[in-house]
Write a protein that binds this ligand. Structure first.
Ligand code: FES
Length: 176
């Protein structure tokens, strides 16, 4: 099976630590085995397996790409193609709270950039960065599919709708 181009950060030769191997903890291994029974082919199980992996490690590292590929008999290129297509899969480590501010049309005209800029200012980070304490990452994302309740901020798996700067300020201290 084809591997990734050596220039690709997910290619095997560019592992930050090639010796470091990953493996699902027993509980997640059992959940993975159960998932396999619910899909007609191993390949069809790729998205939920990546969700499971992200639950364990918080992001889909190069090692995880290769590990998931080995579990599902897929090449790293096939796994990476899916990881890079969906922005719900993190391609680099994120903070404990992943603040994803939608800035597409409906949210943009509802002052989403006020929230986004305010978050970066208040947390003293640039867009896309994580705070030094590892608590928060702020990113800009495309439409979250909830335009009727714009502006929307997704924090980990939860949607926060009809947001504004004041609501964001009130919410932030509750995330610890
Ligand atoms: S534009 Fe923000 S949810 Fe659709």
């Amino acid at each position: 099976m084809a591997d990734l181009h050596p220039d690709n950060p997910y290619a095997k030769d560019r592992f930050p630590d090639r010796a470091k191997q990953v493996e699902f903890p027993p509980e997640h291994k059992a959940r993975f085995e159960h998932l396999l029974t619910r899909y007609p082919t191993k390949e069809a199980c790729l998205l939920p397996t990546l969700h499971l992996a992200q639950e364990v490690w918080g992001w889909i590292s190069p090692e995880v790409v290769h590990y998931v590929g080995s579990l599902l008999d897929l090449s790293p290129a096939q796994v990476f193609g899916v990881v890079s297509f969906y922005n719900m899969y993190n391609q680099k480590p994120v903070g404990k709270y992943h603040l994803q501010v939608c800035t597409n049309l409906s949210c943009m005209v509802s002052n989403a950039y006020d929230i986004y800029d305010h978050l970066c200012d208040r947390l003293k980070i640039n867009p896309g960065e994580t705070t030094k304490d590892g608590l928060y990452t702020v990113v800009e994302v495309e439409c979250l599919g909830s335009c009727g309740t714009a502006p929307v901020v997704q924090i980990n798996n939860d949607y926060h709708e009809n947001m504004d700067v004041a609501k964001m300020d009130a919410l932030l201290p509750t995330l610890k």
